[in-house]
Write a protein that binds this ligand. Sequence first.
Ligand SMILES: Nc1ncnc2c1ncn2[C@@H]1O[C@H](COP(=O)(O)OP(=O)(O)OP(=O)(O)O)[C@@H](O)[C@H]1O
Ligand SMILES: [Mg+2]
Length: 353
Amino acid sequence: MARLEIDNLTKRYGDFHAARDVTLDVPEGEFLVLLGPSGCGKTTTLRMIAGFVEPTAGSVKIGGRDVTMLPPWKRNTGLVFQNYALFPHLTVGQNVAFGLEMRSVPKAEIDTKIVEALKLVRLDHLIDRLPRQLSGGQQQRVALARALAFRPDVLLLDEPLSNLDAKLRGEVRVEIRNLQQRLGITTVMVTHDQEEALTMADRLVVMRAGGIRQIGTQQDLYERPSDHFVADFVGRSSFLKGTMSGHDLTTRGGLHVRCAATVEGPAVMALRPERVFVDTKPIADVENTFEGKVEFVSYLGGMIDIHIRLSPEDQVIAQVPNHDIALPGVGETVHVGWAATSAVFPADADLQE
Ligand SMILES: Nc1ncnc2c1ncn2[C@@H]1O[C@H](COP(=O)(O)OP(=O)(O)OP(=O)(O)O)[C@@H](O)[C@H]1O
Ligand SMILES: [Mg+2]
């Protein structure tokens, strides 16, 4: 385990920036997740840390040592990819041995280390099987054992769970997280699965178009998204779009919405569905109250989503706990309210429909 420092890491292909000025400081033992839409540069960043992609600029330090110019096998990073990448003709034990042999671990130690690593993922009894004689989840755990066998300073995981079915994904997720905490191993994982990111990470990095948009804990991202994109990408929000003047947002549909913060010009207010209140009578104690028509009610078990139309251009979703209350029916008029302290951002032109 070690601290990982990435400074202004950049990868250009011709004029195109696959990653741009990525700077991260990952303390020893942290589980950091890179999250972002397809093509935003997550894998490129991870591969630059591992040494499989040569950066155009910037540096990578592991445990205070600059490894930017070192080949992958001299960086002491363990890697697990989406598609297991086990050698099909080698047994489980031989697959795990591979990483150790690459690093010239003495022969006498290899056998012990293989068993140790397989015990970590509870697969030591399958040491002589071939990959095709294992389930997907077991194969992925072998890949994990292979990455951990030489006790890497940094563990790098690129969508390690995306080929597994939902139930297995949940199990292996917990297993990886427990193991990572037990070993105290600094870990960077890439995913575009929000739930996975939120449940596993100590901190998250939201990327877009090669760059970092926000770094923070789950609460930071959810409660204080830095911009329109992050508010849209992490968690759910209803966006009221319009033009702002002072503390007044005039929406496209002509509503006047009071905002605590202020942004000049084209702006959006982001409303988390559980912060939108619905009632049959006017809502007290919030600055913004409107009447709207229920368009759609979606029953989610413990929670219920109520989609409410406020104007031809403005719609909000309210999420209410399922407390056995009478739900408004489609077409009914209801009162809706939310606080002026809800987030407002300059409108991101790329996110306007
Ligand atoms: N060798 C390459 N040559 C040119 N462009 C590349 C190369 N490798 C990656 N890119 C481009 O760089 C961008 C970032 O790719 P990357 O694989 O890092 O995305 P990602 O965030 O991992 O996406 P996904 O979630 O789909 O895996 C993409 O637009 C991709 O097309
Ligand atoms: Mg990728």
